[in-house]
Design a protein around this ligand. Structure first.
Ligand SMILES: [Fe+2]
Length: 165
């Protein structure tokens, strides 16, 4: 099976999320690579376990970010994560019992990752950036004409503090 290629639609712009997403894609590619190996079942179990644990860690980071920034669609997004973990667990159980439909499994992982990152995760980062921009827009700005507290009506000749010549 050809490797799953990263494309720019999956770049969220958040360094932590992008790094973790790329690690998930690397793990998925490891699964695809192993699928061609003769003793694949044992190896796939190891990689699936790594992927399962890493996905949970990544979801925790993402869910912490959503909580920190007050993301309004957080509950629905968390439900998507839970559904993925359940499905991944069911497929891993199928693998353990020796009746994993590998093509179905690989297709599910690739489709879910790409759609979830490019649609759902990108929405979190966009929303976070919009909030940051609104905060910046609301911050009083100094237009640079004068330093705070400087009275530019003073010509220096009225007995104020001046530098010696
Ligand atoms: Fe997510």
């Amino acid at each position: 099976m050809p490797p799953f290629l990263w494309d720019s639609s999956m770049d969220t712009g958040d360094p932590l999320l992008d790094r973790e997403h790329r690690t998930l894609v690397d793990l998925l590619n490891r699964v695809l690579e192993i699928s061609a190996a003769p003793d694949r079942d044992v190896e796939i179990m190891h990689v699936l376990t790594d992927m399962y644990l890493y996905a949970k860690e990544h979801f925790f980071d993402e869910e912490s970010l959503m909580e920190r920034v007050g993301y309004p669609d957080r509950e629905r997004h968390i439900a998507l994560h839970r559904a993925f973990v359940e499905k991944a667990k069911a497929l891993t159980d199928d693998c353990l019992e020796g009746h994993l439909d590998f093509a179905e499994f690989a297709a599910y992982l690739m489709d879910w990752l790409k759609r979830h990152i490019a649609d759902e995760d990108l929405r979190i980062v966009r929303w976070t950036n919009e909030q940051a921009e609104e905060l910046t827009d609301d911050t009083p700005q100094n237009d640079g004409d004068e330093a705070p507290g400087v009275d530019d009506t003073d010509d220096g000749a009225s007995g104020g503090a001046t530098c010696p010549a």
